[in-house]
Ligand binder design. Structure first.
Ligand code: UDP
Length: 238
């Protein structure tokens, strides 16, 4: 399974986690910049009214499907789509960096969260070469871009929420060489242990969003109306 399909003008790569990692390995070998987006219905809906974001989504190197909404949208077209959770793929990239001694950088989340996450990474992955870490609360993008450029990572995880994380990665593309870059949303909160991961049963049925909404009820405003509207638009498009 490795096919590119479009939902509401946004490309989505139907790919398994193993194949996605293989593509990452190819990019590392070729020493090219490689932007990965973990795409979900909220992002696709946002891109409908944000041409700059739509352009970023269309110019990334791989958009992996993250979220039950994407899976349902493809099911409506009789297309099989495997969900790849952003946080799981982030873990795989960290493991890959550790095993291959690739310099890695982390940008995003609150100061105590990113520090806690890095402490955990160092414990779990003793060879991990962290060349840069910074919290995600800053105003001057240029300063951060220049710091990351100096650190020269080969893997960069950015957790600022969307579309901010994709926008800064887009800017970074012109400043880095041979770097795998991925927006990881709230993954640092989970990886640091600050936010509890959804229990297995929720994950099995693709209902993490429901669990996260229980834990953070304010998220309901983001999901509704984005998810139903997304599915409705996908049905109309079909
Ligand atoms: N965040 C940040 N800087 C900001 C706003 C948010 O670093 O200016 C972080 C926030 O601390 C959280 C993540 O971005 O760790 C966003 O998480 P959210 O749950 O909104 O993202 P999702 O996983 O839904 O994409």
């Amino acid at each position: 399974m490795n096919e590119r399909r479009f939902l509401l003008n946004c490309p989505v790569d139907l790919i398994t986690p193993n194949d996605a990692l293989e593509k990452v390995e190819e990019a590392v070998r070729a020493d090219i910049n490689f932007h990965i987006i973990t795409i979900n219905p909220e992002m696709i809906m946002n891109a409908q009214n944000n041409s700059q974001f739509l352009n970023i989504i269309n110019n990334s190197q791989m958009n992996i499907p993250d979220g039950i909404g994407i899976k349902i949208a493809f099911k409506l077209r009789n297309v099989v789509c495997e969900n790849i959770r952003g946080v799981d793929f982030a873990r795989r990239l960290i493991l890959y960096a550790n095993e291959n001694n690739l310099p890695i950088a982390f940008l995003g989340a609150k100061e105590d969260v990113i520090n806690k996450a890095c402490e955990k990474f160092k414990q779990d992955y003793p060879n991990l070469n962290i060349v840069y870490k910074r919290n995600g609360y800053f105003d001057n993008d240029d300063e951060i871009i220049s710091e990351i450029k100096s650190a020269n990572p080969k893997i960069l995880l950015v957790g600022l929420g969307s579309p901010r994380q994709e926008e800064i990665i887009y800017k970074l593309k012109n400043n880095l060489q041979g770097c795998i870059m991925i927006g990881v949303g709230g993954s640092f909160d989970v990886l640091s242990g600050t936010v509890k991961e959804a229990p297995k049963v929720y994950r099995k049925f693709g209902l993490e969003w429901l669990y996260r909404t229980f834990c953070q009820p304010e998220r309901i405003r983001r999901i509704i109306p984005a998810l139903p509207l997304f599915l409705l638009k996908c049905i109309i498009e079909k």
